[in-house]
Design a protein. Sequence first.
Lengths: 249, 309
Amino acid sequence: MKVLVAVKRVVDYNVKVRVKADNSGVDLANVKMSMNPFCEIAVEEAVRLKEKGVATEIVAVTVGPTAAQEQLRTALALGADRAVLVESADELSSLAIAKALKAVVDKEQPQLVILGKQAIDSDNNQTGQMLAALSGYAQGTFASEVAVEGDSVKVTREIDGGLQTVALKLPAIVTTDLRLNEPRYASLPNIMKAKKKPLEVVKPEDLGVSTASTVTTLKVEAPAARSAGIKVKSVDELVDKLKNEAKVI
Amino acid sequence: MSILVIAEHNNAELNAATLNTVAAAKAIGGDIDVLVAGAGCAAVADAAAKVTGVNKVLLADNAAYANLLPENVSLLIAELGKGYSHILAPASTNGKNYLPRVAALLDVDQISEIIGVESADTFKRPIYAGNAIATVQSNAAIKVITVRSTGFDAVAAEGGSAAVEAVASAHDAGVSSFVGEELAKSDRPELAGAKIVISGGRGMQNGDNFEMLYKVADKLGAAVGASRAAVDAGFVPNDMQVGQTGKIVAPQLYVAVGISGAIQHLAGMKDSKVIVAINKDEEAPIFQVADYGLVADLFEAVPELEGKL
């Protein structure tokens, strides 16, 4: 079966972002960009499905700027067979991205689509669910285990109270949580090979997709800073401070 | 304006996150209706009817909604939601699961995890793990929003007397089914609503050592959490994770034990009123946000703390 895996180019998770002085956004100039960590887990899961003989082809897709080809090459180096970039220089909303992905789903007809549960820049946690709604497919979000069984997939999900397992009819959408797997690193030979794998570039308008959004960002500010307090010297002093100064115990 | 709030519950009890979500609805202003969707959940509807400020409770009691399967419940919410200016749900794993689906069905963007209401169409929400706060404005005909509980003080659970109205429509998309669940059982308070939280990190070394934290928690009536490192290492289950992609908490007192303080962890607890850090590494970033830091070996400090409470 064909697996489509969606990835996003984001600020590297180790970077501490700074808000721009004019409050128009965060400063992304000269900042290291990487594949969103949850998307790495999505790619890894697709590759493992192929290694198990469940998946026959892995198509990596992203919706983003020209530079997002780097993240597609990473996906190709990790084991994807080919890649599609839906190129847009604009910052798109989750709904616009879901619509672009839906057009790719219509064209590619995958049995399973795997996405990260959220991107660590916008922290929206929406795209997979929206794609599922637009496609009319079932969704297994926040997955910690994925098992394809015949024409359905069993997904164990990380929920507030613990774990929940659902069975979804294929084709279906899965979004990954942290414990689904531990992504591998791309080897140098595979990075070289990835350069030769096919990468198709299309525009949203080629797919007949509107990228209009109903949401505008008015400003972006730094959060209220929390200043470091004091160091206490002993457990006695700590208990005293909590009782008599902070009055929280 | 009229606002539909989706209740968080387990078919038996109304979850407190609903009260914070109603508070966000109150800040927006307008009539507030609450939808209780589930199976055998009439008691939840009765509880929701008592919540201060609620105009009407819609009860959709049907087997199709038993486990809040998003494929089914999103069809119901999208149908009912068409008559409202806003649809709000708690940013729980349930709300995060079904609400984006509702937004897509209604062809509008969703605004996730708001922490503030500026006006009926303008909201504040954290981005980049809380390292920036965005103010966003929506011109959507129906504003679909998840609410971060820690951003709003809960309304009173008692005092209201709303009417409960049954909703007949049963949507079963027929593409998904519930197989089972493993829920953590604990006599301690829930992480999300606890007044005191004590969390352990990689420094705990193994799951058995969390027993020390449970003992302290039981003396303080606290909930116990963990950093991602501790969950990934298998010390404790995933439902204990505090952080950007785990639980967001803002208790009166947060005690971080053996936690270095990665930005992803800080994102889940830095709005706590008082933060205590116990760590043997005095350079650990957690001390930069702690009100009280104790540089000490946790294996000595925690038992001593328990003895002195």
